[in-house]
Design a protein around this ligand. Structure first.
Ligand SMILES: [Fe+2]
Length: 319
């Protein structure tokens, strides 16, 4: 491991509180120096050439910092579509899945109204949702209006996340949207004359029965939905693909430093955004989500735009 790799690895593994502290200190230092420089420039003091360059460099650094903070409040409104291909000998004709996760809808509309048109153009065969839909009950109409339009595009299935299970257990977020909620269910779907086995459930559900049923469908391509990426352990060897969310990929991704907030649950592992193979016999796609953590958390994303994830299931050797 070279020095740069060592530094990156170190930064990626230190505790959240330390990461926040380090970034805050860096920002405070830059900010302080910038203010001092501006003050000195305003006073029109005569500078030497060397000092002049120093002052301008610090001012530019400060402006970049301000621009980054401003952009952090703008990025939540910019959707990025990502494309991932998965080949399998269980697939005979290409199937396009769109995964949506972590809407975290607030009363103010962000990306919700733009989503249906973006998804319609992608022509998915299946739309799958992996939890955390609202930040408040006032955000429910915003989510449901969008969800209703999305469910008209293709068969849409979803599971609940921790916000539905722990914060708003009484709110039926999928009501009148046309989305089918998976509650420890295993469904056998027929898409383009081939069977797709779809399973999923909430974060507190027991999956023992689901896993037995999935084992019975070994010949079919099996998809497992759960909000928490950690649940891949339950599905390893029983599902071909798992879709998850939850982490938002940290929401703020600082170049070199990586994701700021690394959400970890019971197995203390941070699962980054994208396709990965956490076990021997399972692929997992972790969405970075569409919205932002609720409560008092600032509604900020940086270098981690809201994601519409397109996953193309393809036959082996498909060209
Ligand atoms: Fe979330």
């Amino acid at each position: 491991m070279n020095t740069i790799d060592y530094v990156i690895n170190f930064l990626h593994n230190i505790e959240l509180s330390w990461r926040i502290l380090i970034v805050t200190i860096i920002c405070a230092i830059v900010w302080r120096i910038m203010l001092t420089t501006f003050y000195r420039l305003i006073r029109k003091k005569q500078f030497g050439k060397k000092e002049k360059y120093k002052n301008y460099s610090i001012s530019i650094l400060g402006i970049i910092l301000l621009a980054c903070i401003g952009y952090g409040f703008y990025e939540p409104y910019t959707i990025k579509t990502t494309f991932t291909k998965i080949s399998s000998n269980k697939i005979t004709k290409p199937i396009r899945i769109v995964q949506l996760s972590d809407f975290h809808s607030d009363p103010t509309i962000r990306v919700e109204d733009d989503l249906p048109e973006i998804i319609r153009k992608l022509q998915p065969d299946l739309i799958l949702l992996t939890g955390d839909y609202i930040n408040s009950e006032a955000g429910l109409p915003v989510f449901q209006k969008s969800a209703k339009e999305i469910a008209k595009i293709a068969p849409t299935y979803g599971v609940y996340g921790n916000w539905e299970a722990w914060v708003y257990p009484g709110v039926k977020v999928f009501n009148n949207t046309g989305i089918t909620k998976l509650l420890s269910d295993v469904l056998l779907l027929e898409i383009k004359e081939q069977k797709i086995c779809l399973a999923g459930g909430g974060i507190d559900d027991s999956f023992d029965k689901i896993m037995i049923k999935l084992e019975e469908h070994k010949k079919d391509f099996r998809i497992f939905l759960n909000h928490f990426p950690e649940m891949w352990r339950e599905a390893d060897g029983r599902a071909d693909l798992m879709l998850a969310g939850d982490t938002h990929n940290g929401q703020i991704v600082i170049p070199v430093f990586g994701p700021m907030i690394r959400m970890v649950r019971q197995d203390k592992v941070f699962y980054p955004h994208g396709l990965q193979q956490p076990g021997k016999e399972i692929l997992m796609y972790v969405s970075r989500g569409l919205g932002m953590e609720g409560g008092a958390a600032p509604r900020v994303r940086f270098n981690c735009a809201p994601e519409v994830a397109v996953i193309d299931l393809l036959p082996e050797n498909y060209k």
